[in-house]
Design a protein around this ligand. Structure first.
Ligand code: WTA
Length: 659
């Protein structure tokens, strides 16, 4: 143990690229970069790789391989993600800069310097090591948006262990499934968190989940709400009672660039969530590159990505991206409208936020709350706005531009996925000569070889809707699905061999701009949160009253999409409003509040094809109250009539309740 001022810079540590340098290319440069990335990837990536710290170097930056994902990045190069995000700055003047301004929902504040972050990460890493966490072990993290959550990510990768963050809004069953799939030994959680003026009792949910998770040996608890929680002897420990009292240094564990840094569960087309596995070196390179290329952060910036750490946007642009750039960020714990609808605008004013990165759902809900809330605040510190997670409609884009950016700030609409690690398609703000188009994500970043194709893989004409594909590997690409190599291949690479298939519709207009048009599979985006219809169906069927169900995403003016469930009951159960509420409650307590069906109606039969596949497309037509699409493959039209009647009856019932 040593209590010095930080680590000595290891031999070979290059001074990290100064944050003050301008990194966003102009339009001519952008064209050249694109060409260079295509024709000479090694030459394109080399200077970016050199800006990061590698302990040992062996082999090429990229080596093609015959199997998905068709290549490996930096195999033989060793590094540590935490070292690059934190330690690297301790030997530079950034040591004393603020890494995070943090504000809790009740209004408590902290400013954490890079040095303080370094201290905290080492303290937690020492504690985790003492609890038995080693290289390759999985650690499940279930925390509110408190600084300790970011510290927990960093401490885990410092030890060469693998984090699996579970969104704090997921309920017990969802948490248990994710812990079991990753077979985590340690769960890091808190007594609770603050959200929308209430407390969320995280530890209670953990206790429910842990009744069915044999792999978990220890639970490490942070205190946040101060609420009393039961402790299980021998399993649960308060962090403060086991953490070393004084300063401690845990040497970073050097791992191969292809070593997994984290698993993040995301939804596919079946009920079982997929554990997307990210690498260490390629992921790090991608985050360093995209944070620089898209947000171009400088010393004077305060960057605020409003995502929760439980989703990929939180991993990449709350935690790793800004830290790898040595930037200063804002992290806020709570709800946007607590205690009043101007909480966000107050935060921007108070901290002088210069870059705001948020979701279209947030923007649409602010539109609804009225212009006076942002209007009464000084937002002149903003210089750049970002959007992520779902298609942004032109109306929301224009409001964001006018009311928040005050027509002074470019907007970057960034398209990417859990699987892609970081942003793939986005405008680059330094490149101001490219006119932005409201609702378009503009162009793939240099190094991203995208195309829009028909179902046979042939390019479609400009203006035509097709399927998005990425035709070459990129460093941030996920390297597997945890424990399921077969699903990795079949979901993402079998559709168009040699390419990555994201399952998104897109079109390219005559000027080459990309427009992202939503999912091409049964995955919903509810307020930007990704959830499979099948996940919800699997939860519904666990209730004793449910024989079968079909869930669809119905479009919603604020949330983009909301789930609507069509349910067949088992004999002996009556379709009452009380049962409807009970089923919604069942979803809330098993899967979480985001998954609760906006509407739920009962039928005796579901519309199916002759091969017994549920025709969700037609159910969607029913709930969106539009003419039915092609019904020729439908086995029995009366099922559809019935769904229509049942749904109409539900609407009448809702109207009656309103009156
Ligand atoms: C959607 C979130 C349109 C898309 C980072 C994708 C978007 C899915 C955009 C991934 C955007 C994300 N415009 N659609 N700018 N960004 N999406 O894994 O359908 O939670 O496939 O990652 O969100 O969701 P995920």
């Amino acid at each position: 143990m040593s209590g010095g001022d930080g680590p000595d810079a290891p031999a070979g540590l290059k001074e990290a690229l100064p944050i003050s340098a301008h990194h966003s290319p102009g339009i001519t440069e952008l064209g050249a970069l694109r060409r260079r990335a295509r024709e000479d990837p090694e030459g394109f990536w080399r200077p970016l790789v050199e800006g990061l710290y590698w302990h040992e170097r062996a082999g090429p930056i990229f080596a093609p391989r015959p199997d998905p994902p068709y290549g490996q990045w930096l195999k033989g190069w060793t590094t540590n993600l935490c070292y690059n995000a934190v330690d690297r700055w301790i030997a530079t003047p950034r040591r004393n800069q603020v890494a995070f301004y943090w504000e809790g929902e009740p209004g408590d504040r902290r400013a954490i310097s890079y040095f303080e972050l370094y201290r905290e990460v080492n303290r937690l890493a020492a504690t985790m090591r003492q609890l038995g966490v080693g290289v390759g072990d999985r650690v499940s993290i279930y925390l509110p948006m408190i600084p300790e959550a970011i510290v927990a990510l960093l401490a885990t990768v410092r030890l060469g262990a693998i984090h699996s963050v579970v969104f704090g809004g997921f309920a017990a069953q969802a948490l248990a499934d994710r812990i079991n799939d990753s077979r985590s030994r340690l769960v890091v959680t808190a007594d609770g968190g603050f959200r929308a003026g209430r407390t969320v009792e995280l530890k209670r949910i953990v206790d429910q989940a842990l009744a069915q998770t044999p792999s978990v040996e220890r639970v490490l608890l942070f205190r946040r709400t101060g609420a009393p929680v039961p402790l299980e002897e021998g399993r649960d420990v308060w962090y403060d009672s086991v953490a070393p009292a004084g300063p401690v240094v845990v040497p970073p564990v050097w791992v191969d660039a292809t070593h997994p840094s984290f698993i993040l569960y995301t939804s596919g087309t079946t009920g079982k969530p997929k554990g997307a596995v990210h690498s260490t070196g390629g992921y790090m390179l991608w985050l360093d590159y995209t944070t620089r290329a898209v947000f171009d952060l400088h010393e004077r910036d305060v960057f605020w990505c409003t995502a929760d750490l439980g989703w990929v946007t939180g991993h990449s642009y709350v935690a790793y991206g800004p830290l790898l750039r040595g930037a200063t960020s804002l992290v806020y714990e709570g709800a946007p409208t607590t205690p009043a609808p101007d909480r966000w605008w107050k935060l921007i004013e108070h901290y002088g936020v210069s870059v705001l990165y948020t979701s279209p759902t947030a923007i649409r809900s602010f539109i609804q709350l009225g212009d006076a809330w942002p209007g009464s605040h000084d937002l002149s510190s903003l210089r750049l706005l970002g959007s992520v997670g779902e298609p942004i409609n032109p109306e929301a884009w224009l409001w964001y531009d006018e009311r928040i950016g005050r027509k002074r700030c470019p907007i970057v609409d960034t398209w990417w996925q859990t699987e892609t690690g970081g942003i793939l398609i986005s405008a680059q703000p330094g490149n101001a000569v490219t006119p932005l188009k409201p609702g378009s994500a503009c162009f793939p970043l240099p190094g991203v070889d995208a195309a829009v194709v028909d179902e046979h893989g042939r390019p479609v004409a400009p203006g035509q809707k097709g399927l998005l594909v990425i035709r070459r590997p990129w460093p941030g690409q996920f390297i597997g699905l945890w424990g399921d190599p077969e699903r990795y291949r079949s979901v993402y690479f079998d559709r168009f061999p040699g390419w990555y298939y994201p399952a998104d519709f897109a079109l390219q207009d005559r000027d080459g701009y990309y427009w992202l048009l939503g999912r091409a599979d049964e995955v919903m985006k509810i307020a930007g949160h990704r959830l499979a219809t099948a996940e919800l169906e699997d939860i519904l069927i666990m209730h004793p009253a449910v024989a079968e169900s079909a869930v669809i995403g119905r479009s919603d003016a604020i949330k983009g999409e909301v789930p609507v469930a069509c349910v067949i009951l088992r004999p002996g159960y009556a379709p009452t409003p009380k049962l409807r509420e009970e089923l919604r409650e069942h979803v809330r307590t098993s899967l979480g509040p985001i998954a609760v069906p906006a509407q739920l109606y009962f039928v005796a039969r579901l519309p199916k094809t002759r091969s017994a596949k549920i025709m969700r497309r037609l159910l969607r037509d029913v709930v969106e109250e539009r003419p039915l699409g092609d019904t020729t493959t439908l086995e029995d039209d009366t099922s559809l009539e019935e769904a229509r009647r049942a749904y109409a009856e539900l609407q009448r019932e809702i109207d009656r309740e309103r009156r």
